[in-house]
Design a protein around this ligand. Structure first.
Ligand SMILES: [Zn+2]
Length: 247
């Protein structure tokens, strides 16, 4: 519960959707301007550095950062909507440092529903991504500021990131969505606790590999690997505790 407690402690409710409280974590307030700044200094097609007017550059960068988190929220809402439809419960959604968390009480009973619930998040990201890239392609195929509209550059960036977000989440590194799909698959062949342990073990190995790879490539990857590793350990322990209570 540690990680969730830390996340929930410094969170503030900003909205209520599908009757689920939507909260932002305090870390998010630091990350939002940072992301906006990243978009402002990146050259096209992944940023707005080429725009001459500083005002337009920073407005577009900030909008992109905000819409990126709206994308993460839609991803989380897709999980939540599916869970609610199939008898699960969602107490809240929190946007924090590197993504979103849907707080659920337990898992869905049926592993195949659990797998579908894990899949609808990345699936919605990929669909949004394809839609935005198509929109960009139809209206502004150049992805270049010289003959394009900077608004469509934003559409391109958001489309691209949504697809990456969807594909990345499908990596079978528990507790990421792909890892949850893997666990649901394993849970059809063994006990739920054992399936969680196996998925968490694979998640930790993948996190370790990701962190190692990150050492040579990107600091972000190291950070994400760290969160996956901690998440795998934490959730494995949670599942053990919860099931011991009933046995
Ligand atoms: Zn997800």
């Amino acid at each position: 519960m540690k990680k969730e407690e830390i996340i929930m402690e410094n969170s503030y409710q900003i909205a209520r959707i599908l009757d689920i409280p939507i909260k932002i974590h305090i870390s998010f307030l630091l990350v939002l301007p940072f992301f906006a700044w990243m978009f402002a200094i990146q050259p096209e097609p992944f940023g707005f550095a080429g725009i001459e007017s500083a005002f337009i550059k920073y407005i577009l960068s900030l909008m992109t950062a905000i819409l990126l988190f709206v994308s993460v929220l839609i991803h989380e809402l897709a999980h939540s909507y599916f869970s609610l439809r199939y008898g699960g419960s969602i107490s809240e959604i929190t946007l924090y440092l590197i993504g979103g968390v849907s707080a659920m009480e337990g898992e869905l009973r049926d592993p195949s529903n659990e797998a579908k619930m894990a899949f609808v998040g990345p699936f919605s990201s990929i669909i949004i991504g394809i839609f935005l890239l198509l929109l960009n392609y139809v209206f502004s195929p150049a992805i270049s500021l010289s003959d394009g509209n900077p608004f469509f550059l934003m559409i391109f960036i958001l489309g691209y990131i949504n697809i990456i977000l969807g594909l990345f989440n499908l990596i079978p590194a528990f507790p990421m969505d792909g890892g949850r799909i893997l666990r649901a698959f394993l849970a059809q062949r063994m006990g739920f606790v054992e399936a969680t342990e196996k998925a968490a073990f694979i998640g930790k190995i993948l996190a370790f590999a990701m962190g190692l790879f990150g050492l040579f490539t990107s600091f972000w990857l190291i950070l994400i690997a760290f969160f996956i590793y901690m998440g795998a350990s934490g959730e494995e322990q949670q599942v053990r505790n919860r099931y011991e209570k009933y046995n």
